[in-house]
Ligand binder design. Structure first.
Ligand code: FAD
Length: 563
């Protein structure tokens, strides 16, 4: 008979081996002699953006099959994880950017870059309208581009939640220019604070740095600033060195609340020791030229704090061009552009969205499957004979290849445990409701993907691998013989692999959350951070520059000139 969980496992793992519809070993069609081979004309691919998602897409794309045009208002790629280091001069701005033309040059083929922003996506006519960002005597040039495939990777913009005064009085930390402005502003605050004839209160106000948002960016900036002040500026501005105050305002109960709580606790304890104030459970309601006004969420009490420089870093929202596109395709009510597991935008043809501009809508696979089990219980007895599982499972595996992914996850045991009785023996029949509950719990463990460079880069790489196999797939639309007629999609769905995340906390200490529920904090983690971030640079040029900057900072300290 059906030997319970062990058989279930065998079925799942066997099937996972056979999942790749088009394996890597099948080479793509050679680039030359397209016409001789009877191949169609190259398809036009338009890529919007030069950030994490688009650069990893372009880096791996086989451009022999495509005519690629890249549109972005930025003619460079910026390594955003090091932006907080730019705000205090630990790393120079030019060390973390790579010109897009350097990247394109290496591709040697039909690939063009236009420095412009996309102002309109017309999915019905497969066309995008763009406007140059350069003001010339012809004004800002407008043009349009046709596409066969469109890849939207425009990232997201800062979310101010329409809080009054934020746009006028706060700094953001999203772009390289933002980091440069902050660097100047920090120095300005110190130069202002030591001017003659100021009262002590005025000096203190000037030197009160407020960070709104206790996520990774806000926390990292506060830590960088603390180091800058204590390691470099204190010696240069001895008159005011004891007047500096750094405050983080966080609406949640903890800072770094998307991280493991061991990391949040470590960060809060370290900041308390360093004298960085953390106000949790407070919502900023407005910012004026003199103060930050907030409300304590628990009591509704209103508090106003005098401020010098303010950094607003509370999250991101959708860009207007994407919002307009969402309205056109019937996604107007959503907060973020939705794609399916193959990163295709829902509601239109041949448009893909990757990175921060999109969210992957994970299908509630387990719930669907639970319903299939329920339907299989025709006599409504509430139980199913385990032997009958086999047919149902085979059917599910064909319909939902991603089930394997769930089953291989750490939650597998919870589902398979249900197939055993308390003594660990295989059950002959199972309780459907219990099984359904376990399946749904597995579903609810799946969080939506975070807006990080890691997700964006993996999506870009995944999409380029699909594009690289597309011609082959067009030749064999049903895939390898064993899948003929199964109606399956020609590519595997995208699967995100979390490789861990870091939070540098200043004073040569960092925290890291690594796969397998592994948390590491302290100085050794900071060294791990240095090595990972050096290795992740997109070119040897930026890698050398960044390592050089770190060494320069170590030997000479940070530069405090106001340039
Ligand atoms: P982006 O990298 O933002 O790129 C978007 C691109 O689209 C840009 O080139 C932009 O110029 C272009 N664009 C914008 N509008 C248009 C338009 N209308 N038409 C055409 N092009 C347009 N993630 C991590 O994983 N680890 C970290 O340590 C980390 N640290 C961060 C620190 C900071 C300070 C910030 C701001 C972010 C950090 N992130 C980190 C998040 C990470 O930067 C983003 O998730 C990532 O940049 C998203 O990539 P993307 O390609 O979707 O968007």
């Amino acid at each position: 008979g059906f030997s319970s969980s062990s058989k279930l496992l065998v079925v799942f793992s066997l099937s996972s081996g056979g999942l790749v519809a088009y394996s890597e070993s099948q080479s793509s069609i050679p680039p030359n002699n397209r016409e001789l081979e009877g191949l169609p004309k190259k398809k036009k691919v338009v890529v919007l953006g030069t950030g994490w998602a688009s650069i990893s897409f372009l880096k791996d794309l086989d451009i022999s099959s495509y005519d690629v045009q890249v549109v972005s208002p930025r003619n460079y790629f910026a390594f955003t994880p090091l932006l907080p280091s730019v705000t205090c001069g630990t790393v120079e701005a030019r060390s973390i950017v790579e010109p897009i033309r350097n990247i394109i040059k290496k591709k040697k083929g039909d690939i063009h870059f236009w420095e412009a922003e996309c102002t309109k996506i017309d999915a019905a006519n497969k066309k995008v309208t763009c406007r140059s960002t350069i003001e010339s005597n012809m004004g800002k040039k407008e043009f349009s581009l046709d596409y066969d495939y469109l890849v939207i990777a425009t990232g997201a913009e800062v979310n101010t939640f329409n809080t009054p005064g934020v746009k006028e009085h706060c700094h953001f930390l999203k772009e390289v220019e933002d980091a440069q402005k902050i660097r100047t502003s920090v120095i300005d605050c110190f130069e202002n604070a030591i001017l003659p004839e100021l009262t002590e209160e005025e000096r203190r106000t000037n030197l009160h740095f407020v960070v709104v948002g206790g996520g990774p960016t806000g926390v990292e900036f506060a830590a960088e600033l603390h180091d800058f002040v204590h390691e470099d500026l204190a010696k240069l501005y001895p008159l005011v060195q004891n007047m500096v105050r750094i405050t983080i305002i966080q609406s949640g109960d903890h800072i770094l609340n998307t991280y493991d709580n061991r990391i949040s606790t470590f960060a809060e304890t370290k900041f308390a020791r360093d004298g960085i104030e953390v106000n949790t459970g407070c919502r900023v309601v407005s910012v004026t030229d003199k103060a930050v006004n907030m409300e304590v969420k628990a009591t509704g009490e209103k508090v106003s704090i005098p401020r010098g420089m303010v950094l607003w870093s509370t999250g991101v929202s959708t860009r207007p061009v994407v919002k307009d596109f969402m309205d056109q395709i019937g996604q107007g009510k959503r907060r973020v552009l939705a794609t399916d597991e193959w990163l295709r935008v829902k509601g239109c043809e041949d448009v893909y969205a990757i990175g921060d501009c999109a969210t992957l809508v994970q299908r509630k696979v387990m719930q669907d499957i639970a319903d299939i089990f329920k339907a299989a219980d025709k006599d409504n007895s509430g139980t199913l004979i385990v032997e009958e599982f086999q047919d149902i499972i085979d059917d599910i595996l064909i319909r939902y290849p991603q089930v394997n992914l769930h089953m291989q996850s750490q939650h597998l045991s919870r589902v398979t445990d249900l197939l055993k009785d308390p003594e660990g023996n295989a059950r002959k029949e199972i309780d459907i409701e219990g099984f359904k509950l376990a399946l749904c719990q597995v579903d609810s463990q799946m969080k939506s993907l975070p807006a990080t460079a890691q997700v964006a880069a993996q999506q870009g790489t995944y999409l380029s691998s699909c594009f690289n196999k597309r011609e082959l797939a067009d030749f064999q639309p049903e895939g390898p013989r064993r899948f003929k007629g199964s109606g399956r999609h020609e590519f595997l769905p995208f699967r995100y692999k979390h490789l861990g995340s870091f939070a540098p906390l200043g004073g040569e200490q960092a925290a890291a959350e690594l796969p397998g529920d592994w948390v590491s904090v302290g100085r050794s983690t900071q060294w791990l951070w240095y090595s990972v971030y050096a290795s992740k640079q997109v070119s040897w040029r930026t890698r050398v520059l960044v390592v050089f900057d770190w060494t320069r900072r170590y030997i000479f300290g940070r530069d405090s000139s106001r340039i």
